[in-house]
Write a protein that binds this ligand. Structure first.
Ligand SMILES: Nc1ncnc2c1ncn2[C@@H]1O[C@H](COP(=O)(O)OP(=O)(O)OP(=O)(O)O)[C@@H](O)[C@H]1O
Ligand SMILES: [Mg+2]
Length: 286
């Protein structure tokens, strides 16, 4: 299978820091996989994804050893346009990426830089605005809207560019529960279309885990665990020791297994519907 992203022993230390934030990352992300990234605060999640979109090393000073390749080309040697074409990045603080006076200009900015024609730009903006439900915000200033609206605008900016790799760093941190559902609906649709490599850093594992093909745990600047989602959650004690929780339904079924109420061989659920189904079938068999 084609790798979209390859890390080869990447080490990175931010300027003025004594410790390396990334301590030798070796990692391959397969094209069109959906990767969920978890880990406690300060363990290197944002730094890891910044090394894919090129913020590291191009926008930060520091010490860089090893390499990251995106579609076979080293990020270190890629220019801003190449990187923007391949990788879209939604920041956890959406304001950090705004530069324009209106949301519509914000959406158009990247497309204009890439030399798209006016009609194509309009088509892309309409599609991205419709997908993220921000049509009524287009003439507003991106600074004068709510935190949740800002996050949706930031996602729309990336969708408008339609890069093959989309990274979101805690995209729902400012959003109320219904707004969070909307973001996960967008992710679900993108996953179903199967045309993007999606990398999502998110603490909300209840919604993230059922969507992710693989989960990645960052711990002390290293990829500590990178496995297909069910396998990743097969040992919740291990994860808990590293400050990470499993979905509640997964933990509940693991508890039933430990109490010998369910056989260890059953498929672990990742959400409530799966938990109910797994338990129902196991009980029926008894
Ligand atoms: N711009 C920066 N300059 C210097 N050090 C930084 C910078 N950004 C992050 N660090 C340091 O790098 C390490 C990893 O931070 P990082 O932001 O990648 O963690 P994180 O897992 O994303 O945390 P969080 O869950 O809080 O977002 C931390 O020790 C942090 O203090
Ligand atoms: Mg972070």
């Amino acid at each position: 299978m084609d790798a979209a992203i390859k890390f080869k022993d990447l080490q990175w230390r931010y300027e003025h820091r004594t410790n390396f934030a990334l301590k030798g990352i070796n990692l391959e992300i397969i094209k069109n996989d959906f990767i969920g990234v978890v880990g406690a605060n300060e363990h290197g999640k944002t730094t890891l994804v910044s090394a894919i979109c090129g913020l590291i090393p191009h926008s930060y000073n520091g010490i860089y050893k090893g390499s990251v390749e995106v579609f076979g080309k080293k990020v270190f040697d890629s220019d801003a346009l190449e990187l923007a074409t391949n990788v879209g990045f939604v920041f956890s603080d959406p304001e950090a990426q705004f530069t324009a006076m209106t949301v519509e200009e914000e959406l158009a900015f990247g497309l204009e830089n890439m030399g798209f024609e006016h009609a194509k730009i309009k088509e892309r903006i309409d599609w991205a605005a419709e997908t993220t439900l921000i049509q009524d915000l287009l003439d507003k200033s991106p600074y004068d809207i709510s935190g949740g609206q800002k996050q949706r605008v930031a996602i729309a900016c990336v969708l408008a560019m339609n890069p093959p790799i989309i990274i979101m760093d805690e995209p729902t941190s400012m959003i109320d529960p219904l707004g969070k559902n909307l973001i996960f609906d967008i992710l679900r649709r993108l996953k179903k279309a199967g045309e993007h490599t999606l990398i999502v850093v998110e603490h909300n594992v209840e919604q993230l885990a059922p969507l992710a093909d693989k989960m990645l745990l960052m711990y002390e600047g290293l990829v500590d665990r990178y496995l297909p989602t069910r396998e990743f959650y097969s040992d919740s004690n291990y994860l808990q020791d590293r400050g990470v929780l499993a979905p509640e339904s997964t933990e509940f079924v693991q508890w039933l297994i430990s109490e010998k109420a369910l056989p260890a061989s059953i498929n672990l659920p990742l959400d409530l519907a799966g938990g109910i189904e797994t338990t129902r079938q196991a009980l029926k068999r008894r």
